[in-house]
Design a binder for this molecule. Sequence first.
Ligand SMILES: Cc1cc2nc3c(=O)[nH]c(=O)nc-3n(C[C@H](O)[C@H](O)[C@H](O)COP(=O)(O)OP(=O)(O)OC[C@H]3O[C@@H](n4cnc5c(N)ncnc54)[C@H](O)[C@@H]3O)c2cc1C
Length: 412
Amino acid sequence: MRRTEAVVIGGGQAGLAMSHCLAESGVDHVVLERGRVAERWRSERWDSLRLLTPNWQTRLPGFRYRGPDPDGYMRVGEVVDFLERYARSFAAPLEEGTAVVSVEPVDGGYRVVTDRGAWEAPSVVIATGHCDTPLVPGFAASLAGDVVQLVPSRYRHPDHLPAGGVLVVGASASGVQLADEIHASGRPVTLAVGRHTRLPRVYRGRDILWWFDAMGLFDEPIDEVFDPAVSLSQPSLQLVGRPDRATLDLPALRARGVRLVGRATGAQGGRVLFADDLVAYTAAADARLARLIQRIDIFAARTGLDAEVGPPEPFRPFLWPDAGPAEIDLRAEAIRSVVWATGFRRLYPWLKVPVLDARGEIRHQGGVTPFPGLYVIGLYFLRRRKSSFIDGVGRDAMELAAHLAGYLRVAA
Ligand SMILES: Cc1cc2nc3c(=O)[nH]c(=O)nc-3n(C[C@H](O)[C@H](O)[C@H](O)COP(=O)(O)OP(=O)(O)OC[C@H]3O[C@@H](n4cnc5c(N)ncnc54)[C@H](O)[C@@H]3O)c2cc1C
């Protein structure tokens, strides 16, 4: 049994940022990672993926991108390299190849059992990732066995798919990127569209995330949003990071020949059903984008940026896309595979502390759980809109490390 003051579970950006801040606060700790640092960037991303956040936004406590291309978008290998260098920069106390198999309360804190021995500590930080386990609709199980099904974390390259058509379900960042790449490989692609957040890559000559940053849109705290439940269920940004800074939205995909259909609602054998909601969802996404552009223009005028940036650009709504079919017979259309880009959920089978709510999510307020000394970090909108982003986890880590250090002082 080894003892320390804090056990951090997970060696991605969240676990490392937390480790950096704990070290700064003088808290003795260990970071347990079942694979290697940045494991999910190594083993759960497709080959062509680049960050959709620009390089200047790749910044963590005490470490940031300092290369020659601040406006570029890192490839996955560069993200791994960045996080490895981050861990080395402060000699993070990492134990790689160490999977946590249980966390249970004991007198004075928690016992953390791993496949390589046990730890005891008065505090534990869960940093096992918001994008943990693919969330696939239950009806996927009703699809015929000869339809190849996969999720983005298992997809690597279009050539790994069987020849023939592909149905991509989900039109957020992963779905639109995969639909585009698979279509470019010569396979006919149908994209099932649900709720989505349409964004231009560049507006008035500046990256859209530059505007978000300047306007503080990502800094919005969870306790100041109008309806936290609505904010928590927002779909991820429909963006891609490419050297040409091209916008990848539904009009662009349709112009390239991707067929758009409504939200997938059911499946049986070789048939997939779709809701008649494509027009409603694209109109809703357009309305949100129009409002955002209006806010940007008002902000630019108010702050004097009008003189520095390009002129306002006309908003082009994606009016009245075809409603799309209510049903597709995959075999009749030679569609051989389905990619479920339908988001993520989180599973904590090893967590023996009764801290999960009815949906299986960790109960917390800004990362502080009702169990003294038990924390979580890296979840979407944990404290702010950007909490699950590389650029967002740092501030949360500083605040949670301060809370944890204060707790240790009181508990001592
Ligand atoms: C496809 C995709 C693209 C993204 N692009 C961007 C982007 O462009 N910009 C951006 O800012 N964000 C992006 N994100 C969001 C976010 O940055 C990533 O999800 C990132 O990986 C989150 O880091 P994390 O440390 O919170 O979690 P993770 O990277 O998921 O790290 C969790 C770690 O915990 C480990 N672990 C899990 N269970 C255990 C256990 N029982 N014992 C020990 N270790 C365990 C895992 O191996 C993993 O290494 C993207 C996410 C996805 C899925």
